[in-house]
Write a protein that binds this ligand. Structure first.
Ligand SMILES: Nc1nc2c(ncn2[C@@H]2O[C@H](COP(=O)(O)OP(=O)(O)OP(=O)(O)O)[C@@H](O)[C@H]2O)c(=O)[nH]1
Ligand SMILES: [Mg+2]
Length: 243
């Protein structure tokens, strides 16, 4: 099992504080910013699973990919062509601040006395292109929590949230448990350029059941994620205690 040595280490050093290992799956249409946002949390290698993005080809074959931000089209960008398991240790300190650490650096935490709660999260970053639709389907299996991304500058990407939520609901039925979800309507920085459609439209699409799970985020800086991450982490603990 991935991370077993690390989780054992954390459990033995932090008997009270360590809440265990959780699988959090990250799904959403291509170009919505899944990999970008995860990279603001910790550094991780992507060379083997990212390939150069071919904007024009994706726009032809992927209805959710309509790049309105011209600056992005010129930029050298990548797309995930597999899934990437990224291990992140998230800690809440006694000052109620959050920190993100790569699992590789777990030993550096052992000296710390200011850690109140510790989660080991295995984020499954999946490929968003429609030709890889089997990937999110596989990755939601056994997930403890799910992050659904949409490109907030694309109506088709926002509308596709509904498809991903169906996968979540199917998995809830299969696993016979509730799976906490956060919906990130990403690229909120594009509001300045008048290109951001916004969370309100997403709330309408997802309906009452999920409206409170919708957040506007900025993937390139990690902006807007603190509140949803806090909520998700607490919900993960709650759901595990129930099960
Ligand atoms: N303006 C802006 N651009 C963003 C933001 N987040 C991501 N991007 C850009 O959007 C592009 C796609 O981001 P990725 O992180 O590769 O998207 P992805 O969801 O991982 O896409 P796939 O791997 O194809 O499923 C990149 O060029 C990012 O720099 C954001 O918050 N604002
Ligand atoms: Mg990606």
């Amino acid at each position: 099992m991935i991370g077993t040595k690390i989780t054992r280490g954390l459990a033995s050093h932090f008997e009270e504080q360590f809440e265990g290992l959780y699988k959090v799956t990250v799904i959403g249409s291509t170009g919505s910013g899944k990999t970008t946002l995860l990279k603001t949390l910790v550094e991780f290698p992507t060379k083997a699973i990212e390939q150069p993005r071919r904007h024009q080809i994706e726009e032809t074959y992927d209805a959710t990919y309509t790049l309105v931000d011209r600056a992005l089209r010129k930029k050298k960008a990548f797309t995930t062509v597999s899934f990437n398991a990224v291990g992140i240790i998230i800690v809440r300190t006694t000052f109620n601040t959050f920190e993100f650490h790569s699992m590789r650096t777990h030993e550096q935490l052992y000296e710390r006395t200011d850690l109140e709660t510790i989660w080991a999260i295995l984020f499954f970053d999946s490929a968003g292109q429609v030709r890889f639709d089997f990937m999110p389907e596989l990755c939601v299996r056994g997930a403890d929590g799910i992050l659904v991304f949409a490109d907030g500058s694309s109506t088709t990407s926002i509308e596709r949230i509904g498809y991903y939520l169906e996968l979540v609901q199917e998995e809830e039925v299969r696993a016979k448990k509730k799976i906490p979800v956060c919906i990130f309507v990403n690229k909120a920085d594009l509001r300045e350029k008048g290109l951001f459609i916004g969370g309100q439209y997403a709330k309408m699409i997802v309906g009452e059941k999920y409206a409170d799970c919708v957040y506007e985020t900025v993937g390139i800086t990690g902006g807007g994620i603190e509140e949803p991450i806090r909520t998700l982490l607490n919900d993960l603990i709650k759901e595990r205690k129930k099960g």
